[in-house]
Design a protein around this ligand. Structure first.
Ligand code: PBG
Length: 329
């Protein structure tokens, strides 16, 4: 009862505030997304993601060394596939010498201790820009699962520590886990994008990889038949529990900020680590507002990251990872 309890007593100085602080952000919290392109000497800025780049394999080396020296210990790899290699089956994705497979080896050669996570989905390899194969105007579920399992295996064979299916097909975790076990990859983890919403915040990412769904007759123009409806909450818990049953080691909620209620719901019911993906549109919004001088970039960035962690994230995939860690040190 006031004045016996005055809450401001514990807010008087920064030392006092830090003594009672409940949430601490550290470099251990981050997964760094990395975009990779074919070629040599390439480090090109992504137009809708200021200060974020696509790297050719040779240019990844110094980047990985820098990340490790900053205390960032896990990366999530994405590749931009040239148009002429795209089809409806993802043939290129299974090449032992494909861009992703070479990238995994390059990161491991550069820094063996770096945790290498890989995106497993068809969209960068699909001429339609969808995460699954298309037949009769539909995204086919089970056929896609067989493909995703092979893709995950191929990444594991190249040296990936954790494969991260981002496609939202039903049953893909079971298909992937089963094949990995059968082939002896008992220690390859699966980070499942369990509650991935059909969000409009992915635009800049699709620019980065040139992977947006194409505008063709008889092809769905969005991903709403497989990614989740932003209106749903209970369904996110169902999706996540099913993925854990099927063998997911880490589950994910995506995007971040608009979905922190979902993060909290899931944190309270699962017994595995929960990852949150703070996506490209969230990054772009802050960059744009800061560029206009309307928001304090660093302060808002830290507040967002802190809030994601406070909501229940064990780890955060974020394009801000490097900026945050530099600011922390
Ligand atoms: C595709 C994939 C997407 C993202 C990660 N994997 C886009 C999509 O589903 O269309 C989005 C990441 C971001 O926006 O930062 N499998």
């Amino acid at each position: 009862m006031y004045p016996l309890r005055r809450n401001r007593r514990l807010r008087t100085t920064e030392a006092m505030r830090s003594l009672v602080r409940e949430t601490i952000v550290s470099p251990n919290d981050f997964i760094v997304p990395i975009f990779i392109v074919e070629g040599k000497g390439i480090k090109e800025e992504i137009a809708s993601m200021p200060n974020y780049y696509r790297f050719s394999l040779d240019m990844i080396k110094p980047e990985i060394i820098e990340l490790w020296s900053l205390g960032l210990k896990s990366v999530l790899l994405f590749v931009k596939v040239p148009d002429h290699l795209k089809d409806n089956q993802g043939k290129e994705a299974l090449q032992a010498n494909g861009l992703m497979q070479r990238a995994i080896k390059m990161v491991k050669d550069t820094c063996p201790e770096m945790i290498v996570m890989t995106d497993v989905a068809l969209d960068p390899y699909s001429k339609y820009g969808h995460d699954g194969m298309i037949a009769n105007g539909e995204i086919v579920n089970d056929l896609t699962n067989d493909f995703l399992a092979k893709m995950g295996l191929s990444h594991a064979q190249a040296g990936a520590d954790i494969v991260a299916p981002s496609d939202m097909m039903d049953g893909r975790i079971l298909a992937m886990r089963t094949l990995l076990e059968k082939e002896g990859f008992h220690n390859t983890g699966i980070m499942s994008y369990s509650a991935k919403y059909a969000s409009s915040f992915y635009g800049p990412f699709r620019d980065a990889l040139d992977s947006a769904p194409v505008d063709l007759q008889n092809i769905p123009k969005d991903k709403k038949t497989y990614q989740m409806d932003p209106a749903n909450r209970i369904e996110a818990v169902k999706e996540t529990l099913m993925d854990i049953d099927e063998g997911a080691d880490i589950v994910m909620v995506k995007p971040g900020l608009c979905y922190l209620d979902i993060v909290r719901d899931i944190r309270e019911v699962v017994d595995v680590p929960v990852a949150v993906y703070q996506v490209s549109g969230e990054y772009a919004m802050l960059k744009a507002a800061a560029e206009k001088g309307w928001l304090d970039h660093d302060a808002v960035m830290m507040e967002q990251i802190l809030s994601i962690k406070r909501a229940g994230a064990t780890m955060i995939a974020s394009y801000f990872a490097k900026d945050v860690v530099k600011l922390l040190s």
